[in-house]
Design a protein around this ligand. Structure first.
Ligand SMILES: [Fe+2]
Ligand SMILES: [Fe+2]
Length: 153
């Protein structure tokens, strides 16, 4: 055991865990539904990073500090339901807007979570993940802008 989590720290990590699971589901489903190949690729790439985030959060919850530089190529064995829902399909633009909103929200919750942690090593892990969430948002924003889906004011 590397770390001893307080009740509050554990609860915050459980929240982040559910956010990561939802991110994986969204990227999996939208990657399948997207009409544009480039958007499919962005979804696939981000999905893989979200899986590494889920791994890291699970490691923290089990009391150990994940090695961030080894996270990149690690494939999660976590089983996430990836079946496509039967609802009405969204346009590529709607999916991008939802993904951007999701990343913005998740980045914000990491920020709040970081401030509650006592252990610097955990803060560093969470900070690393938050930075990657911002990169996901950036990739989606740049895609949207290049396709004329996002009007900069
Ligand atoms: Fe994530
Ligand atoms: Fe993300």
């Amino acid at each position: 055991m590397d770390i001893n989590l307080s009740q509050k720290e554990r609860m915050l990590l459980e929240d982040q865990k559910s956010h990561e699971q939802l991110c994986i589901e969204k990227y999996t489903n939208y990657g399948n539904q997207a009409k544009d190949t480039q958007l499919k690729e962005i979804c696939k790439a981000n999905e893989n990073v979200e899986r590494s985030h889920l791994n890291s959060i699970n490691q923290l919850l089990s009391g150990s500090i994940p090695q961030m530089n080894q996270q990149q190529n690690q494939n999660s064995t976590q089983n996430v339901n990836s079946t496509q829902s039967a609802g009405p399909s969204l346009s590529d633009k709607d999916m991008c807007t939802d993904l951007l909103m999701t990343e913005k929200y998740v980045s914000g919750t990491y920020d709040t979570t970081i401030f509650e942690f006592r252990d610097t090593r955990v803060r560093d892990v969470l900070n690393h993940i938050q930075k990657e969430e911002q990169k996901h948002g950036e990739a989606i924003f740049q895609y949207m802008e290049s396709k004329g889906m996002y009007t900069v004011q």
